[in-house]
Design a protein around this ligand. Structure first.
Ligand code: FMN
Length: 326
């Protein structure tokens, strides 16, 4: 057990914020595998300020379980402060307010949002200080190690972020220029937890229990963030959490179990978004549940083209029938 501000966090895995994926249903689904904290998708400050209805759907629902972090992005201090006012009027059902200081997407960095902040450390720190003062909830940040190989500045930033009152720092161990490619730079992150007394969380390339153990050992961080490694492999969270509870190494799920997880998630997504949109979201996610099972290659394409729950049920049945033959 460890704490973010005064909130106890009961586990070692955190569901990373992932735009287009970590919706309400997805967060609930992953909580059932034991993740100790869920982040929303990144939420635009402008969308909140301009009362964009879709943007408000990204905020936690009344029935959202806790703990939950709302992740906000924006490129101007004043706008971020206005957006926080909007959030606080709209909901109290969250634990932490997170600032996205790591998004590399040009649409975001062009407006000085996401990881563009890393290029201006002084402005970054003064913005974060203002946000910490304005927010009634503890503030956390998610950063990258720097803009590019020549400007790796996360180690200087950590104590400065702590000094202005940040309650947790999540670090994606890649530069902005790396986007999502190349390896996460654990080689630069030995004992980084010693640099600050607030908790750190590390993000990047956690695909297995052993990846998680290594990441925690190298960095000393309090937890790992699960992102692409849990896509189609939700049981990874259970494997890591179980190991930390009783030392047991749970076996990987069978194909049938994977298909059950897929069916559960699809139904939750449809319940959240309606069948049309829910299945559209699942088109991008479903095929991950059968990666690793070689004979299923032909079914991956089918999963990216499905349009109803009935389609999905039929594909799952076909996969099970095929599995019996091989
Ligand atoms: C599809 C996708 C969407 C993402 N969306 C966000 C986001 O909204 N906010 C954020 O801070 N990071 C976002 N990330 C970054 C992840 O949270 C994570 O830091 C990154 O994927 C590195 O971890 P990994 O190598 O384990 O995937 C996203 C990543 C992916 C692949």
């Amino acid at each position: 057990m460890w704490k973010i501000a005064n909130t106890e966090i009961n586990g070692k895995t955190i569901l990373a914020p992932m735009a287009g994926i970590t919706t309400f249903a997805y967060r609930e689904f992953m909580r059932s595998f034991g993740v100790a904290l869920c982040y929303t998708e990144m939420i635009s400050d402008s969308g909140l300020i301009f009362n964009n209805e879709k943007t408000y759907e990204y905020l936690p629902r009344r029935e959202e379980k806790r703990p939950t972090t709302i992740q906000l992005f924006g490129g101007e201090k004043e706008k971020l402060l206005s957006a926080i006012e909007k959030i606080e009027k709209y909901t109290d059902n969250y634990d932490f307010l997170d600032l996205n200081l790591g998004c590399p997407v040009p649409k975001v960095t062009r407006n000085n949002g996401g990881s563009a902040w890393l290029k201006h450390p002084n402005e970054l720190i003064s913005m974060v200080e203002a946000v910490v003062k304005a927010s009634t909830k503890p503030v956390t940040v998610k950063i990258r190690i720097g803009w590019d190989e020549k400007h790796i500045n996360f180690k200087e930033l950590l104590p400065k972020l702590e000094a202005v009152g940040v309650s947790l720092i999540a670090i994606h161990l890649r530069t902005t220029k790396q986007l999502y490619g190349g390896k996460a730079r654990y080689d630069l992150a030995y004992n980084i937890q010693d640099l600050v007394s607030i908790p750190l969380v590390v993000s990047g390339d956690i695909y297995s229990l052993d990846d998680a153990l290594k990441a925690l050992e190298i960095t000393g961080a309090k937890a790992v963030m699960l992102a692409r490694g849990q896509l189609g492999n939700p049981f990874l969270a259970a494997q890591i959490e179980t190991y930390f509870k009783n030392g047991e190494r749970l076996p990987d799920p069978t194909l049938h179990e994977q298909l059950d997880y897929l069916w559960t998630l699809a139904n939750m997504m449809v319940k959240e978004k309606g069948e049309h949109t829910g299945i559209l979201v699942m088109r991008g996610i479903a095929h991950h549940f059968i990666k690793g099972f070689s004979f299923t290659k032909t079914f991956r394409v089918k999963l990216t083209k499905m349009s109803t729950l009935a389609n999905l049920a039929a594909i799952i049945k076909e996969i099970k029938d095929q599995a019996l033959l091989t």
